[in-house]
Design a binder for this molecule. Structure first.
Ligand code: NOJ
Ligand code: CA
Length: 561
């Protein structure tokens, strides 16, 4: 009997120019948070040579691309999303030469490279912000950011009462008395996108990395760049009443932002294949999101709808149908994601009571409470996470995975306050009490040793003792491990992925979703707890072992019918 892998032939050879240009449409993209991935020189900080050393691991995992969170020079006021210099590598984590070496090593094994671009704000150490601070009021240098006089007798009050995303005021005062706007921390001044020099400089940055061979860009808060800062600024309360869905809100998702991305598209299209981009845009509706995914703009936009959903058949089905409908209108493909560097890991979200309502918020609540392990269903969380992931990997479109989820990692909740780094913890953000460090803890590569094989010494965030049980090296040779499951799923997905369509098949059971992809690939997920029958066919993969040929609760199977 031939094995499954030998019988199946890849549907996409990926070598015609059209295939080349469309590589991203159904790619499995693995997000790397560079400072927490692998430390090559024992200073406790993950680095670019560390990534290069793990290329064989990434190849074996079977991803099509990696997306690197920022690796630019930064004081890490916001984990690197405070960029000092957009066209350089942070000396703490490597050099441009290391970057080139990493890209070459990834490309050599057929893995594409996506870098993070942060256009809403720079850091306060960026040369242009320093220049702006040194320059007088009303100067050309200040026009690249949003500087304003304050209110009150002596300008001692901020221009408005707006609150920054991680807490505290959205305006900070400069030594000469003016104020500048920052949507995030005071160390992240917002660029003024009405300024032509700012626009030009970002085009140069896109060209710089594209010339170095990067395949695409993930665009940070793509919806915030353009602002309408009228003379009389609305109050915070007024802002909250304004329609965010109309393209005319003063701060978010303004229609003019798409003029910027049309310019970027021209740069992307100068390359062969054209450079790819995906927007991070937490906008109000799928219709607004679709604008970012336009082929005249960035081309693809993250959908976070599944990420904020419960582990629930009805919700999953509604979300998927709505998203597929939207991408049909733009000609893009959908994106699916459960975990990233900003949210509690999905194994943890799905491991918390009550079992309905396993939302991001709930993971946050648990983290806030210091996450006592007794309140977490550790195995159940991983079981549901695997079921959800296998379901998602069967969907048409791109799948975004976050480092460590392939090891079945849970969120780390018990990080002492003095070891935390996330500004949302220190600034008391309303939406998050303890911040996002718990999903950014350096990975366990080995079951023992200093920093569990992350590096030769410690790790920049403390790793819990239980990381020993999740080490990549132990899972590597264990056919029943989460890592082995991800590898199998990704390898099969590569072979099975054909066309971009799917059809729902009615199951008559509200807890069971079933859909079929071209080529007889069937995906069936049991969100309930009772075992269910499977369609006749060859079972290619199941997220837990079958029970007398039936699919147990909280599990997914792929069947070739
Ligand atoms: C979204 C990024 O994913 C997040 O990590 C960052 O803090 C904000 N944008 C600000 O850049
Ligand atoms: Ca290092």
């Amino acid at each position: 009997m031939p094995t499954v892998a030998a019988e199946l032939q890849p549907h996409h050879q990926g070598d015609s120019p059209a295939d080349e240009a469309n590589w991203w449409r159904q790619a499995a993209v693995y997000q790397i948070y560079p400072r927490s991935f692998a430390d090559s020189n024992g200073d406790g900080i993950g680095d670019l040579p560390g990534i290069t050393a793990k290329v064989p691991y990434l190849k074996e995992l079977g991803v099509d691309a990696v997306w690197l969170s920022p690796f630019y020079p930064s004081a890490l006021a916001d984990g690197g999303y405070d960029v000092d210099d957009y066209r350089a590598v942070d000396p703490k984590i490597g050099t441009l030469q290391d970057f080139d070496g990493m890209v070459a090593a990834l490309h050599a094994v057929g893995i594409r490279v996506i870098v993070d671009i942060v256009p809403n704000h720079s850091s306060n150490r960026h040369a242009w912000f320093r220049e702006a601070l040194a320059a007088p009021k009303g100067s050309r240098a200040r026009d690249r950011y949003h500087f304003r006089d304050g209110k009150g007798m002596n300008g001692e009050l901020p221009p408005s009462d707006w609150v920054a995303a991680f807490g505290g005021p959205a305006w900070s005062r400069t030594p000469d008395g003016q104020w500048y706007l920052h949507t995030f921390t005071p160390e992240q001044p917002d660029w003024n996108w009405d300024n032509p020099e700012v626009r030009q400089d970002f085009l140069a940055t896109l060209g710089f990395w594209s010339d170095r061979g990067v395949d695409g860009f993930r665009v940070d808060v793509a919806n915030l760049l353009v602002k309408d800062l009228a003379e009389d600024l609305p109050s915070r309360a007024e802002l909250e009443l304004m329609d965010r869905d109309s393209g005319t809100h003063p701060l978010a998702d303004r229609d003019e932002v798409h003029e910027i991305y049309a310019e970027w598209r021209k740069v992307f299209n100068e390359y062969q294949p054209p450079r790819f981009a995906v927007a991070e845009a937490w906008v109000e509706s799928p219709v607004r999101r679709a604008k970012y995914a336009s082929p005249e703009g960035l081309g693809q936009a993250f959908s976070f709808d599944l990420l904020v959903a419960d582990f629930d058949a009805g919700q999953f089905r509604r979300i998927i149908s709505a998203n597929l409908e939207q991408v049909r209108l733009t000609g893009s493909t959908s994106t699916w994601v459960f975990s990233n560097h900003d949210v509690a890991r999905h194994a943890t979200r799905y491991g918390l009571e009550p079992l309905k309502g396993r939302k991001v918020k709930q993971g946050t609540e648990w983290v806030k409470a210091g996450g006592p392990r007794e309140t977490l269903d550790i195995d159940g969380g991983i079981r549901r996470a695997k079921a959800a992931t296998q379901f998602m990997l069967g969907l048409p479109g791109s799948a975004y995975l976050y480092q460590g989820e392939e090891l079945g990692l849970h969120e780390v909740a018990d990080i002492p306050a003095d070891a935390r780094q996330d500004p949302s913890f220190f600034r008391g953000a309303e939406w998050d009490g303890l911040g996002r460090d718990g999903c950014r803890v350096p990975l366990p590569w080995e079951p023992d040793g200093p920093s569990f094989g992350f590096g030769a010494n410690g790790a920049h965030l403390p790793q819990p003792a239980w990381f020993a049980d999740y080490a990549a090296s132990s899972q590597d040779s264990d056919a029943g491990s989460t890592l082995a499951f991800y590898r199998k799923a990704l390898a099969l997905r590569r072979l099975l992925q054909a066309g971009e369509s799917m059809v729902w098949i009615e199951t008559g059971n509200a807890d069971v979703l079933h859909f079929a992809r071209p080529g007889g690939w069937h995906v069936l997920t049991n969100f309930g707890t009772e075992p269910v029958d499977l369609p006749r066919g060859e079972v290619l993969l199941s997220s837990v072992p079958l029970n007398n040929g039936r699919l147990p609760g909280e599990a997914t199977a792929w069947i070739r019918v």
